[in-house]
Design a protein around this ligand. Sequence first.
Ligand code: SIN
Length: 530
Amino acid sequence: MTIHKYDFLIIGSGAAGLLAAHRLAASGRVAVLTKRSPEISNSNLAQGGIAAVTSAEDNFDLHIADTLRTGAGLSDPRIVRLTISEAPARIQELVALGARFSLKNGVFELGLEGGHSRRRVLHAADATGREIERALLEACRADKNITFFPYFSAVDLILKGRPARTRPARNSCLGAYALEESTGKVHSFLASTTLLASGGAGKVYKYTTNPDVATGDGMAMAYRAGLGLVNMEFVQFHPTCLYHPQEKSFLISEALRGEGGILRGEDGEAFMKNYSKYQELAPRDVVARAIDSELKRTGAECVYLDMTHLKAAFLKKRFPNIYAKCLGLGIDITKKPIPVVPAAHFFCGGVQVDEHGRTAMPGLYAIGEVSHTGLHGANRLASNSLLEACVFSHRAAEAIKAEPRLRGEARPAHWSTGNARPPDEAVIITHNWDEIRTLMWNYVGIVRSDKRLARAGARVKIISEEIAMYYWDFFLTRDLLELRNIACLADVIIRAARRRKESRGLHYTVDYPKTSDRFLKPKAVHRYAR
Ligand code: SIN
């Protein structure tokens, strides 16, 4: 087994991972593991932008109030305040690193999105994540202290002791095992600090705006290591994913509604007025549920986002990426409404961390979507996620630099393939993959019920047992790792959702349609506590 030793190990190459790598490289050698090429990440696909108070018409209290209202009672006010008040400094750093945001008359051009009471979303036209990633990747690639390991999939954390039944704090993280795709070999990466920056798990659902890499690997690894996952029932469904047979995951940014886009049914009627006084700019949970209800009511396959009343020149300039993509598929958004459906987009829950991104396990941090900081509560305010990634990667890097280094063991436990042999029937993987994603979409989606959750739980249990048997019998592949991770998270989401006997934010169940004060405290789902 090849052993690599670094000061810092970062799993994931989205905005959170790259920012942390850039900052930590001044204090030691950094390894960045990424499952595909480093450009492939959820951050890279972020269209709308990054929310921050930068204009005279706005202030921190307004951004805080919008975040808390959208979070539906579960956001942590202390975390919300510190994140929002540190945002301007983090934006200046991105600019200093070369990120070019759209400007109007020499100042940031600010977009509006659902739930925001002011224009405050900085953007780079409609491909903000791509621009931020470009700048960060350039900075990281130029840094001799940072080494990228592309096409390496993290398998599991390397722990000092066995996964803890109740006390992860008594254990510590020494690094991670990772599968090298080209050879099929498992390597050990040892580091004094490991940072999970592996993003979310949209691929748990059949329809998602996320890229293929979003299989919740970091969340699943932390869970297997004994850490709790918090608020996993709060899966955000983006209301407007393009509905087209050739493009199943293309996001139609909320910024289009911010600029006046109107949601219409097949009959052309603008229906959002029937659901919220904020209409198209209601928070995402409200808009996604409204679309779901229209689809069920009318039996239609999609609804339409109409931009045709806006000037063509404006649309082409403000949304060049969306305009070109849709045009390539035969939809001229200046002339025709865009067919859209909701799709899984973002996990508000994740690995519990403190205000520095520290998990309960010494040597392990989690930053970005993989983590639960308390910012998003039961529903994330649009464009607060890149912000969280920037603020917490900075805080984590500062905390790591200030603390004494854990000493790694000379040799980690050897990775044993036991009696594993080459996989014989890949159909088991593809079948279970499809089955999990379909049942999560149908039974654990936008509108839930006790019966559907119970049915989903029973199916996922059987599939997980099958996967566990297969896992130890055959050589590891990335497909198998990802399948094991989505099965693990499906189980966690269902358990979290079954426990929450109320409707709040993104968790809506027909059996308990009201909110209840009994569920105000975040609760973790643990591997050993069923
Ligand atoms: C969007 O552009 O609609 C996505 C932005 C976000 O998820 O915050």
